[in-house]
Design a protein around this ligand. Structure first.
Ligand code: PEP
Ligand code: MG
Length: 322
């Protein structure tokens, strides 16, 4: 099987009935690029920039960040690279920021919330990204967006830094600006967001945790961590439909995007981009090439009307296991 998949490295990804989707990779450092290229990634769908900030005792400089972003953009050779701005907090701590301990770190002062307060840190990252933009096909997204106002603030700060750089004579290309959809309020209001963002990337790791109120790290409630729950599928559908209605694209960068049982449903729901660990890409490509999008649309419609996860799993298995 591995040998069969390997033949697909340079192929594009399309369903049996010819619908194209993009299979991208999640990365944490420029070193991960080799795996992306060897596994035929059509882009980077999530560059988690936290690792630049972790395992050290002070913030990375603009120059250090610029070098990393440039390396990734050049390494991908014009293919799309979605960089997520700093998503610290929750399970990812930065001791040197000396943030007070919180009762509920996953519901607390993290990600975009922190960046909009600690603007020097945020602006440094944005400048590094903007300067790197001319080396490839950069897209920027903000994590943990809960309100439209947070998106507007983040975008305004980005725009300010862009104008400063341009007035300094530095080349900055046009960049798509999107958001992670990982908070239920944002999924529910996706039709409003879709008018202002350039794209969505659904972060199911957090979206499932927040929708089901089940800590993604807690084994004892892991039975509630249900990617195939119709409630999750309905939220995903709302996000994809909202994007398409405004002519925007919708991707997914949570673990669900690389999940064999979820892929048929996501194809049916119309997801445009699937971002996963590089080692899952070829298997996913092979799977999608065997599926008819039109059949998967019917499958997804049935799943959306079901009342629990078990029914959905049985349904998907009935069509995909030969
Ligand atoms: C997610 O929440 O699905 C996601 C991709 O982000 P992270 O796993 O880094 O929180
Ligand atoms: Mg997340």
């Amino acid at each position: 099987q591995k040998a069969e998949w390997a033949k697909l490295v340079h192929e594009k990804t399309h369903s049996a009935d010819g619908h194209h989707v993009e299979l991208a990779a999640n990365i944490g450092t420029p070193k991960d690029l080799e795996g992306v290229i060897n596994n035929g990634g059509e882009g980077v769908g999530l560059y988690r920039t936290e690792f630049l900030y972790m395992g050290r005792d002070q913030l990375p400089t603009e120059e250090e960040q610029f070098e990393s972003y440039k390396a990734v953009l050049e390494g991908m050779n014009g293919k799309p690279v979605v960089v997520r701005t700093l998503d610290i907090g929750g399970d990812k701590e930065l001791p040197y920021l000396n943030l007070p301990k919180e009762m509920n770190p996953f519901l607390g002062f993290r990600a975009i919330r922190l960046c909009l307060e600690e603007q020097d840190m945020f602006r440094t990252q944005l400048r590094a990204l903007l300067r790197a933009s001319s080396y490839g096909n950069l897209k920027i997204m903000f994590p943990m967006i809960a309100t439209l106002d947070e998106f507007r603030q983040g975008k305004a700060i980005l725009e300010e830094e862009k104008q400063k750089l341009i007035s300094e004579g530095i080349t900055v290309t046009d960049i798509e600006i999107g958001i992670m959809v990982e908070i239920p309020s944002t999924a529910v209001l996706a039709d409003q967001f879709a008018k202002e963002v350039d794209f969505f990337s659904i972060g199911t790791n957090d979206l499932i945790q927040y929708t089901m109120a089940a800590d993604r790290m807690n084994e004892r409630v892991s039975y509630l961590y249900q990617p195939y729950n119709p409630a999750i599928l309905r939220l995903v559908k709302m996000v994809i439909d909202a994007a398409h209605k405004e002519g925007k694209w919708a991707g997914m960068c949570g673990e669900m995007a690389g999940d064999e049982l979820a892929i048929p449903l996501l194809l049916g729901l119309g997801l445009d981009e699937f971002s996963m660990s590089a080692t899952s890409i070829l298997k996913a490509r092979s799977l999608i090439r065997d599926l008819n999008k039109s059949d998967m649309e019917q499958l997804a419609n049935k799943a959306l009307q079901m009342s629990n996860m078990e029914e959905v799993v049985t349904l998907v298995k009935s069509v995909t296991t030969k």
